[in-house]
Design a binder for this molecule. Structure first.
Ligand code: SAH
Length: 284
Protein backbone atom coordinates (compact mmCIF):
# COMPACT_ATOMS: atom_id res chain seq x y z
CA UNK A 1 0.00 0.00 0.00
CA UNK A 2 1.46 3.41 -0.87
CA UNK A 3 2.50 5.63 2.00
CA UNK A 4 1.01 9.11 2.03
CA UNK A 5 3.15 12.15 1.53
CA UNK A 6 1.83 14.34 4.34
CA UNK A 7 3.65 17.37 3.00
CA UNK A 8 1.72 17.30 -0.27
CA UNK A 9 -0.61 20.24 -0.74
CA UNK A 10 -2.87 17.92 -2.62
CA UNK A 11 -4.66 16.55 0.46
CA UNK A 12 -7.41 19.12 0.05
CA UNK A 13 -10.78 17.41 -0.20
CA UNK A 14 -12.69 17.60 -3.48
CA UNK A 15 -16.48 17.99 -3.22
CA UNK A 16 -15.94 18.03 0.56
CA UNK A 17 -14.84 14.38 0.48
CA UNK A 18 -11.79 13.56 2.57
CA UNK A 19 -9.79 10.73 0.98
CA UNK A 20 -9.81 7.55 3.06
CA UNK A 21 -6.71 5.45 3.43
CA UNK A 22 -8.66 2.32 4.25
CA UNK A 23 -10.28 2.45 0.82
CA UNK A 24 -6.96 3.11 -0.91
CA UNK A 25 -8.24 6.46 -2.16
CA UNK A 26 -5.84 8.36 -4.41
CA UNK A 27 -7.99 10.44 -6.71
CA UNK A 28 -6.65 11.34 -10.15
CA UNK A 29 -6.45 15.09 -10.56
CA UNK A 30 -4.26 15.55 -13.66
CA UNK A 31 -6.42 16.13 -16.73
CA UNK A 32 -3.76 15.19 -19.26
CA UNK A 33 -3.09 11.87 -17.51
CA UNK A 34 -6.83 11.21 -17.33
CA UNK A 35 -7.06 11.94 -21.08
CA UNK A 36 -4.14 9.54 -21.76
CA UNK A 37 -5.80 6.79 -19.77
CA UNK A 38 -9.09 7.17 -21.59
CA UNK A 39 -7.23 7.32 -24.94
CA UNK A 40 -5.55 4.00 -24.07
CA UNK A 41 -8.89 2.43 -23.17
CA UNK A 42 -10.68 3.86 -26.25
CA UNK A 43 -14.24 3.17 -25.11
CA UNK A 44 -16.81 2.92 -27.92
CA UNK A 45 -20.56 3.37 -27.95
CA UNK A 46 -21.40 -0.28 -28.60
CA UNK A 47 -19.22 -1.60 -25.78
CA UNK A 48 -19.92 -2.61 -22.18
CA UNK A 49 -17.42 -1.34 -19.62
CA UNK A 50 -17.10 -1.89 -15.88
CA UNK A 51 -15.20 0.58 -13.75
CA UNK A 52 -13.93 -0.53 -10.36
CA UNK A 53 -13.64 2.23 -7.77
CA UNK A 54 -14.91 5.26 -9.75
CA UNK A 55 -14.27 7.52 -6.76
CA UNK A 56 -15.36 11.01 -7.75
CA UNK A 57 -15.61 10.10 -11.40
CA UNK A 58 -12.24 11.17 -12.83
CA UNK A 59 -12.24 8.51 -15.56
CA UNK A 60 -15.97 7.81 -15.39
CA UNK A 61 -17.06 11.03 -17.07
CA UNK A 62 -15.17 10.39 -20.33
CA UNK A 63 -16.28 6.78 -20.52
CA UNK A 64 -19.92 7.83 -20.16
CA UNK A 65 -19.38 10.53 -22.78
CA UNK A 66 -18.20 7.87 -25.25
CA UNK A 67 -21.71 6.42 -25.19
CA UNK A 68 -20.49 3.03 -23.93
CA UNK A 69 -22.61 1.21 -21.40
CA UNK A 70 -20.90 1.63 -18.02
CA UNK A 71 -21.40 -0.23 -14.74
CA UNK A 72 -19.37 1.08 -11.79
CA UNK A 73 -18.60 -0.75 -8.56
CA UNK A 74 -17.88 1.54 -5.59
CA UNK A 75 -17.60 0.50 -1.95
CA UNK A 76 -17.42 3.86 -0.17
CA UNK A 77 -20.90 5.01 0.90
CA UNK A 78 -19.83 8.64 1.02
CA UNK A 79 -18.97 8.71 -2.69
CA UNK A 80 -22.37 7.50 -3.85
CA UNK A 81 -24.13 10.90 -3.68
CA UNK A 82 -21.31 12.50 -5.70
CA UNK A 83 -21.55 9.83 -8.39
CA UNK A 84 -25.35 9.99 -8.45
CA UNK A 85 -25.27 13.77 -8.69
CA UNK A 86 -22.94 13.76 -11.69
CA UNK A 87 -24.01 10.69 -13.59
CA UNK A 88 -27.27 9.46 -12.08
CA UNK A 89 -29.37 10.74 -14.98
CA UNK A 90 -27.23 9.17 -17.72
CA UNK A 91 -28.97 6.25 -19.34
CA UNK A 92 -25.80 4.33 -20.01
CA UNK A 93 -24.65 4.49 -16.35
CA UNK A 94 -25.38 2.01 -13.54
CA UNK A 95 -24.01 2.37 -10.03
CA UNK A 96 -23.38 -0.71 -7.86
CA UNK A 97 -22.66 -0.13 -4.20
CA UNK A 98 -20.55 -3.24 -3.65
CA UNK A 99 -17.18 -4.71 -2.80
CA UNK A 100 -15.29 -5.31 -6.04
CA UNK A 101 -13.62 -8.34 -4.44
CA UNK A 102 -16.96 -10.13 -4.04
CA UNK A 103 -18.76 -8.73 -7.05
CA UNK A 104 -20.12 -11.23 -9.59
CA UNK A 105 -18.97 -9.74 -12.90
CA UNK A 106 -20.57 -12.55 -14.90
CA UNK A 107 -23.96 -11.33 -13.70
CA UNK A 108 -23.45 -8.12 -15.71
CA UNK A 109 -23.22 -10.01 -18.97
CA UNK A 110 -26.81 -10.13 -20.14
CA UNK A 111 -26.52 -9.64 -23.88
CA UNK A 112 -23.50 -11.77 -24.83
CA UNK A 113 -21.43 -8.59 -25.01
CA UNK A 114 -18.18 -9.27 -23.11
CA UNK A 115 -16.92 -6.79 -20.55
CA UNK A 116 -14.06 -4.32 -20.65
CA UNK A 117 -12.86 -3.73 -17.10
CA UNK A 118 -11.07 -0.55 -16.05
CA UNK A 119 -10.02 1.12 -12.83
CA UNK A 120 -7.57 3.18 -10.89
CA UNK A 121 -7.50 0.38 -8.39
CA UNK A 122 -7.30 0.64 -4.64
CA UNK A 123 -3.69 -0.53 -4.31
CA UNK A 124 -4.28 -2.42 -1.07
CA UNK A 125 -6.56 -4.92 -2.82
CA UNK A 126 -5.09 -4.96 -6.32
CA UNK A 127 -3.56 -8.46 -6.21
CA UNK A 128 -6.61 -10.31 -4.82
CA UNK A 129 -8.82 -8.28 -7.16
CA UNK A 130 -6.81 -9.33 -10.22
CA UNK A 131 -7.05 -12.98 -9.10
CA UNK A 132 -10.81 -12.57 -8.63
CA UNK A 133 -11.18 -11.05 -12.10
CA UNK A 134 -9.11 -13.81 -13.70
CA UNK A 135 -11.89 -16.18 -12.64
CA UNK A 136 -14.26 -14.18 -14.86
CA UNK A 137 -11.82 -14.08 -17.78
CA UNK A 138 -14.14 -15.84 -20.22
CA UNK A 139 -16.44 -12.84 -20.18
CA UNK A 140 -13.75 -10.16 -20.34
CA UNK A 141 -12.24 -8.65 -23.51
CA UNK A 142 -9.58 -6.61 -21.77
CA UNK A 143 -8.65 -4.83 -18.53
CA UNK A 144 -6.90 -1.50 -18.02
CA UNK A 145 -5.67 -0.76 -14.54
CA UNK A 146 -3.70 1.85 -12.70
CA UNK A 147 -1.46 0.05 -10.23
CA UNK A 148 1.69 0.65 -8.31
CA UNK A 149 4.54 0.55 -10.82
CA UNK A 150 6.15 -2.24 -8.84
CA UNK A 151 3.04 -4.43 -9.26
CA UNK A 152 2.86 -3.66 -12.99
CA UNK A 153 6.49 -4.75 -13.31
CA UNK A 154 5.64 -8.01 -11.56
CA UNK A 155 2.69 -8.62 -13.89
CA UNK A 156 4.70 -7.96 -17.05
CA UNK A 157 7.96 -9.61 -15.92
CA UNK A 158 9.89 -12.17 -17.95
CA UNK A 159 11.73 -15.11 -16.35
CA UNK A 160 15.18 -14.67 -14.78
CA UNK A 161 14.43 -11.48 -12.90
CA UNK A 162 13.41 -10.52 -9.39
CA UNK A 163 9.99 -9.21 -10.34
CA UNK A 164 9.02 -12.62 -11.81
CA UNK A 165 6.86 -14.56 -9.34
CA UNK A 166 3.53 -16.20 -8.57
CA UNK A 167 1.56 -13.14 -9.68
CA UNK A 168 3.46 -13.08 -13.01
CA UNK A 169 3.00 -16.75 -13.82
CA UNK A 170 -0.67 -16.97 -12.88
CA UNK A 171 -1.63 -13.72 -14.64
CA UNK A 172 0.32 -14.59 -17.78
CA UNK A 173 -1.39 -17.98 -17.77
CA UNK A 174 -4.64 -16.15 -18.54
CA UNK A 175 -3.57 -12.89 -20.18
CA UNK A 176 -1.18 -10.99 -22.38
CA UNK A 177 0.23 -8.12 -20.37
CA UNK A 178 1.51 -4.76 -21.51
CA UNK A 179 2.82 -1.87 -19.42
CA UNK A 180 1.53 1.31 -21.09
CA UNK A 181 2.88 4.34 -19.22
CA UNK A 182 4.11 5.54 -15.86
CA UNK A 183 2.10 7.98 -13.76
CA UNK A 184 3.91 10.13 -11.16
CA UNK A 185 2.56 10.72 -7.64
CA UNK A 186 1.77 14.34 -8.54
CA UNK A 187 -1.15 13.18 -10.69
CA UNK A 188 -3.17 12.21 -7.58
CA UNK A 189 -4.81 13.74 -4.54
CA UNK A 190 -3.55 12.79 -2.07
CA UNK A 191 -0.23 11.93 -3.69
CA UNK A 192 1.04 8.40 -3.02
CA UNK A 193 4.77 8.08 -2.34
CA UNK A 194 5.41 5.64 -5.17
CA UNK A 195 5.11 5.76 -8.95
CA UNK A 196 2.13 4.13 -10.60
CA UNK A 197 1.60 2.75 -14.09
CA UNK A 198 -1.18 1.85 -16.47
CA UNK A 199 -1.26 -1.77 -17.50
CA UNK A 200 -3.33 -3.57 -20.15
CA UNK A 201 -4.32 -7.20 -19.60
CA UNK A 202 -5.85 -9.04 -22.53
CA UNK A 203 -7.22 -12.51 -21.73
CA UNK A 204 -6.04 -15.11 -24.24
CA UNK A 205 -8.83 -16.25 -26.56
CA UNK A 206 -7.17 -19.62 -26.38
CA UNK A 207 -4.79 -20.44 -23.57
CA UNK A 208 -1.28 -20.95 -25.00
CA UNK A 209 -0.50 -23.58 -22.34
CA UNK A 210 -3.38 -25.52 -20.83
CA UNK A 211 -3.18 -26.85 -17.29
CA UNK A 212 -5.13 -30.05 -16.69
CA UNK A 213 -5.96 -28.68 -13.24
CA UNK A 214 -5.42 -24.96 -12.77
CA UNK A 215 -5.63 -25.23 -8.98
CA UNK A 216 -2.76 -27.69 -9.07
CA UNK A 217 -0.78 -25.33 -11.29
CA UNK A 218 -1.37 -22.55 -8.79
CA UNK A 219 -0.30 -24.87 -5.97
CA UNK A 220 2.94 -25.85 -7.74
CA UNK A 221 3.75 -22.21 -8.54
CA UNK A 222 3.06 -21.01 -5.03
CA UNK A 223 5.13 -23.82 -3.45
CA UNK A 224 7.99 -23.06 -5.85
CA UNK A 225 8.05 -19.35 -5.02
CA UNK A 226 7.74 -19.82 -1.27
CA UNK A 227 11.53 -19.93 -1.16
CA UNK A 228 12.59 -18.15 -4.28
CA UNK A 229 16.32 -18.33 -3.67
CA UNK A 230 16.42 -22.10 -3.33
CA UNK A 231 16.78 -24.54 -6.20
CA UNK A 232 13.73 -26.35 -7.54
CA UNK A 233 15.00 -29.69 -6.25
CA UNK A 234 14.61 -28.22 -2.75
CA UNK A 235 11.52 -26.06 -3.08
CA UNK A 236 9.54 -28.80 -4.82
CA UNK A 237 10.62 -31.60 -2.49
CA UNK A 238 7.17 -31.91 -0.95
CA UNK A 239 5.62 -32.38 -4.37
CA UNK A 240 8.12 -34.42 -6.35
CA UNK A 241 11.67 -35.73 -6.32
CA UNK A 242 14.63 -34.52 -8.39
CA UNK A 243 14.41 -37.44 -10.84
CA UNK A 244 10.82 -36.48 -11.66
CA UNK A 245 11.86 -32.89 -12.38
CA UNK A 246 14.63 -34.13 -14.70
CA UNK A 247 12.24 -36.57 -16.38
CA UNK A 248 10.14 -33.57 -17.42
CA UNK A 249 13.02 -31.76 -19.04
CA UNK A 250 13.54 -29.25 -16.25
CA UNK A 251 16.86 -28.43 -14.62
CA UNK A 252 16.51 -29.21 -10.89
CA UNK A 253 19.32 -26.76 -10.12
CA UNK A 254 17.28 -23.89 -11.58
CA UNK A 255 15.55 -21.41 -9.27
CA UNK A 256 11.80 -20.72 -9.37
CA UNK A 257 12.30 -17.49 -11.31
CA UNK A 258 14.10 -19.36 -14.13
CA UNK A 259 11.09 -21.45 -15.16
CA UNK A 260 8.84 -20.28 -17.98
CA UNK A 261 5.06 -20.49 -17.78
CA UNK A 262 5.20 -23.39 -20.28
CA UNK A 263 7.57 -25.28 -17.95
CA UNK A 264 5.35 -24.71 -14.91
CA UNK A 265 2.38 -26.04 -16.89
CA UNK A 266 4.39 -29.07 -18.06
CA UNK A 267 5.41 -29.85 -14.51
CA UNK A 268 1.92 -29.37 -13.05
CA UNK A 269 0.41 -31.59 -15.76
CA UNK A 270 3.02 -34.30 -15.16
CA UNK A 271 2.23 -34.21 -11.44
CA UNK A 272 -1.47 -34.42 -12.32
CA UNK A 273 -0.89 -37.48 -14.54
CA UNK A 274 1.25 -39.17 -11.91
CA UNK A 275 -1.49 -38.65 -9.32
CA UNK A 276 -4.08 -40.08 -11.68
CA UNK A 277 -1.89 -43.15 -12.14
CA UNK A 278 -1.34 -43.46 -8.40
CA UNK A 279 2.40 -43.17 -8.99
CA UNK A 280 4.64 -42.10 -6.09
CA UNK A 281 6.79 -39.24 -7.40
CA UNK A 282 8.19 -38.06 -4.09
CA UNK A 283 10.52 -41.03 -3.65
CA UNK A 284 13.95 -40.64 -5.27
N1 SAH B 1 -11.14 6.15 -10.05
C1 SAH B 1 -10.98 7.24 -9.11
C2 SAH B 1 -10.72 6.78 -7.68
C3 SAH B 1 -9.50 5.91 -7.46
S1 SAH B 1 -9.16 5.63 -5.74
C4 SAH B 1 -9.87 8.15 -9.60
O1 SAH B 1 -9.07 7.73 -10.41
O2 SAH B 1 -9.82 9.28 -9.15
C5 SAH B 1 -9.78 3.96 -5.52
C6 SAH B 1 -11.30 3.87 -5.48
O3 SAH B 1 -11.67 2.51 -5.20
C7 SAH B 1 -11.96 4.70 -4.40
O4 SAH B 1 -13.10 5.32 -4.93
C8 SAH B 1 -12.36 3.68 -3.32
O5 SAH B 1 -13.43 4.08 -2.52
C9 SAH B 1 -12.69 2.48 -4.18
N2 SAH B 1 -12.62 1.20 -3.49
C10 SAH B 1 -11.77 0.81 -2.51
N3 SAH B 1 -11.95 -0.47 -2.16
C11 SAH B 1 -12.96 -0.93 -2.95
C12 SAH B 1 -13.62 -2.19 -3.09
N4 SAH B 1 -13.27 -3.23 -2.32
N5 SAH B 1 -14.61 -2.30 -4.00
C13 SAH B 1 -14.96 -1.24 -4.78
N6 SAH B 1 -14.37 -0.04 -4.72
C14 SAH B 1 -13.38 0.12 -3.81
Amino acid sequence: MPKYDKSAKSDKPLYGHQAKKRFGQNFLSDDSIIANIVASIRPKANQHLVEIGPGQGAITASIIASGARLDVVELDNDLLPILKLHFGLKENFTLHHADALRFDYNALVDDEQPLRVVGNLPYNISTPLIFHLLEHCNNITDMHFMLQLEVVKRLAAQPDCKAYGRLTVMTQYYCDIEQLFIVPPTAFRPAPKVDSAIVRLVPHKQLPHVAKDVNLLEHVVSIAFQQRRKTLRNTLKKLCCEAFIVENGINPAARPENLTLAEYVTLANAIYDAKQQGRDITAP
